[in-house]
Design a binder for this molecule. Structure first.
Ligand SMILES: [Zn+2]
Length: 125
């Protein structure tokens, strides 16, 4: 098969364009991170972390345990807890969609969801 020089250059350009788009997609700042905080499987709070001006401190009490949750711009953590394992505290700050903090003793789950800048609550039509 005869490969023309122009074809090679075109292929390289296409590959570089695809790579550039991929990098742009990865570093896209438009994705809003929302923290979904649930206790016993019931959603208690939904906080949009992206662009949060003032840090928020939230307190959750369940099954005799207390979790102090700190939310800040683009990130969230369990600041302190009186559960025996302390796994939730040791997880530290999370800031990417799909990450979770789980406190097994108190049934607390903090999950981060990305919205890609779209409002999923908006119904078009
Ligand atoms: Zn815990």
């Amino acid at each position: 098969m005869h490969v023309k020089k122009g074809d090679v250059i075109l292929t390289v350009i296409i590959l570089l364009t695809a790579l550039a788009l991929f990098i742009a997609f990865l570093s896209m700042p438009s994705q809003n991170i929302t923290a979904v905080i649930s206790v016993d499987g019931v959603v208690k709070n939904k906080i949009v972390l992206t662009g949060l001006k003032e840090p928020i401190t939230l307190k959750y009490k369940n099954l005799g345990y207390c979790n102090i949750v700190q939310a800040a711009n683009g990130k969230i953590c369990v600041e302190s807890a009186d559960c025996p394992t302390q796994d939730c505290v040791h997880t530290g700050w999370i800031n990417r969609a799909g990450q979770t903090i789980i406190c097994l003793p108190s049934h607390l789950i903090i999950k981060l969801e990305g919205s890609n800048g779209k409002n999923i609550d908006t119904v078009v039509g």
